[in-house]
Design a protein around this ligand. Structure first.
Ligand code: SF4
Length: 247
């Protein structure tokens, strides 16, 4: 079967509300396309609570509406990108070092893993005139202006803002538990994660947090994990925040 109307989804509140909107207003929807970024070959890049929600609740629910869900896994993992050696740089001191942690605001995991995998899949499997529903809410004018030809926001079409998207997902029992401790769904190693998210993550998933601490010992071009701190500075800061907030 040829898919012409595809909803791109991370199964966060906006993309979930976009699928609910398609169903509510009987918009054509042939398939849902989801990309699971991987940390390494075995470990998902999704925050574990969100991954459970995706595979145990969201995907089965979509499939129960007879809408196929396509899961794409990028060829390159986070560790592949992290351990890529720098070959060219205006700064000779960086040559030969590992790429290291992705930069906040210019995440190479998004461009080199996720976007690339989705683009390759679409090129191979979808017709040129395929329409892609993007989970952008009506109160994101700047991002809406950047939609490419063939991309549509159903939330904008029906005037659904962020809050309503959250309510719609909640009312349908399809709001990811990630929103209990984060403002958005994203990878667990995301440089844009807030302190609240990181405190939760460090406490509830120490085995994954420790993998980041191990990576911090490598000879990398970027020493910082996010805009302000290395993983070791974060470890100190978060352990204090953990005690302060009584998590
Ligand atoms: S969620 Fe964060 S780490 Fe993951 S692709 Fe997006 S910006 Fe990069």
């Amino acid at each position: 079967m040829e898919y012409r109307y595809i909803a791109g989804s991370s199964f966060g509140k906006d993309s979930m509300a976009s699928i609910l909107t398609a169903i509510r207003y009987k918009e054509p929807l042939d398939a849902v396309l989801y990309c699971e970024v991987m940390f390494d070959e075995d470990v998902s890049g999704e925050v574990p609570e969100h991954r459970d929600f995706i595979y145990k609740a969201a995907i089965p629910w979509v499939q129960s509406h007879r809408i196929p869900v396509i899961v794409v896994k990028p060829e390159r993992t986070y560790l592949d990108v992290f351990y890529q050696k720098i070959r060219k740089s205006s700064n000779p001191l960086l040559i030969g070092k590992y790429n290291g942690f992705p930069l906040a605001g210019r995440c190479c995991i998004q461009s080199r893993c996720k976007a690339k995998a989705l683009e390759q899949y679409a090129k191979k499997h979808f017709p040129k005139e395929a329409v892609k529903y993007i989970g952008l809410s009506s109160d994101e004018p700047l991002r809406l202006q950047k939609l490419a030809p063939g991309q549509i926001s159903l939330l904008d079409k029906y005037g659904i803002g962020k809050e309503e998207a959250m309510e719609m997902s909640k009312a349908a029992g399809l709001l990811s538990p990630v929103y209990e401790f984060a403002r958005r769904s994203g990878c667990w190693f995301c440089p844009n994660a807030s302190e609240r998210e990181l405190v939760h993550f460090r406490k509830h998933h120490p085995e994954l947090w420790n993998r980041l601490l191990e990576l911090g010992k490598e000879d990398t071009a970027t020493k910082r994990f996010n805009r302000s701190y290395t993983v070791f500075e974060l470890e100190e800061r978060l352990s204090k925040a953990d005690i302060r907030k009584g998590f």
